[in-house]
Write a protein that binds this ligand. Structure first.
Ligand code: SAH
Length: 364
């Protein structure tokens, strides 16, 4: 079993067995105000220095500790002895500066590599963040699944992606989606702490409703999210309307079955009164018939939600995007439904930055 990714079964156990890398205590990015206050208290310095440093990290998006020019040099030197600012380095950017999509490749302190995507539309600019190095879930249609899981990202590595991209962009970032590499709800605590830092109005200040956490259907995580009554948006990757078929393309569905997933979505709605977004990746001759559409409508029943249909971004595998007329007829089956249906013609598929195309090959 050692080194093998489970096809089904207890993923949380598997994650606990993974290599634990302690990068967090050396990194300022990822610390909240309380953490910074402890750092400052250890140096016997004035408490307000923590607020100044917080502002430098998240408000100004400082590139180095030396940028913090209202912090006395002596304190900066002490900080530099014990901490680095951001645990990530930008290795590569694909896509032109003024194009609608750019893909960023980052290296972590331990040499692992991850990707994130910047997407601009007229009224919004979104950063798509990774939550893990690789992914354990092995969804058959997703490129990230082919990497297997390496480890969870730290809070600093999650927020670090945002800060480096936002600092280098001349656009104001309006939205964040946890739809990059990994399963966010299998890295629950770090993802939520990162979302809290992204949301903090004294720092980065992205509205909670502009932060979306997307799950392949990790039911305990959805229930915890509901109990914690987070205001962040929840998206569930449905992708199929029958338990049998779903389990063939998303092995996690063997453990967390479709009817229980719908129950969890109801629990979430009842606890928060927030609409969940169901994502449905549309794949030719896989899940694109009228019968599929009817089953989706039946499953959703009267749950207040949105449905987001994502025409498949092809990777080198057996799945294909349906022809455009086929996609349009699938959308038409939803003409009279009581919930909102949107289509996401994924950005960046030409530079392999679309949903499910993120993968880091070990060629370095
Ligand atoms: N693990 C999380 C988040 C990462 S995937 C989840 O499953 O939700 C983000 C979204 O991209 C999911 O809805 C997933 O179903 C979709 N996706 C995966 N591979 C895709 C591909 N090749 N084309 C289009 N969407 C894809």
């Amino acid at each position: 079993m050692k080194g093998k990714i489970p096809r089904s079964g207890d993923f949380s156990l598997y994650l606990n067995r993974m290599k634990k890398v302690d990068l967090e205590h050396k990194t300022l990015v990822g610390m909240d105000l309380d953490d910074l206050q402890s750092v400052i208290a250890n140096f016997w310095d004035k408490k307000y220095r923590a607020n100044q440093i917080f502002n430098w990290i998240y408000g100004q998006k400082a590139r180095s500790i030396d940028d913090m020019d209202n912090i006395p040099k002596q304190l900066r030197e002490k900080l530099k002895e014990q901490f680095i600012l951001n645990p990530l380095t930008i290795i590569d950017i694909t896509g032109e500066n003024n194009s609608s999509t750019q893909k960023y490749l980052f290296e972590c302190n331990d040499g692992e590599r991850i990707e994130a995507v910047l997407m601009s539309e007229t009224d919004r600019t979104t950063i798509c963040l990774s939550s893990q190095v690789g992914c354990a879930l092995d969804c058959k249609f997703c490129a990230t699944g082919t990497m297997g899981i390496k480890r969870n990202l730290t809070v600093g590595e999650i927020v670090g992606q945002f800060l480096l991209i936002a600092k280098g962009s001349n656009k104001t970032i309006t939205n964040v989606v946890f739809m990059g590499m990994g399963e966010p709800l299998l890295n629950y605590e770090n993802v939520i702490k990162a979302a809290d830092l992204l949301n903090d109005n004294k720092g980065i200040n992205i509205g909670a409703r502009h932060i979306t956490i997307s799950t392949a259907g990790v039911i305990p995580g959805i229930k915890r999210f509901a109990e914690d009554k987070h205001l962040y948006r929840l998206a569930i990757s449905l992708n199929s309307s029958s338990q049998e078929h779903r389990a063939t393309i998303m092995p996690i569905a063997k453990k967390y079955e479709l009817d229980e997933l719908l129950d969890a979505a109801w629990t979430y709605y009842n606890a928060t009164k927030n609409f969940v977004t169901f994502e449905y990746v549309l794949m030719a001759e896989e899940n694109d018939t009228k019968a599929d559409a009817s089953r989706v409508i039946g499953l959703i029943n009267n749950l207040p939600c949105k449905l987001n249909i994502i025409p498949y971004n092809e990777i080198d595998g057996r799945f294909k995007r349906p022809a455009e007329d086929r996609i349009n007829s699938f959308l038409n089956y939803f003409n009279d439904v009581p919930f909102t249906v949107t289509t996401r013609w994924s950005k960046g598929s030409n530079i392999k930055a679309g949903c499910g195309q993120l993968v880091v090959k070990k060629s370095f």
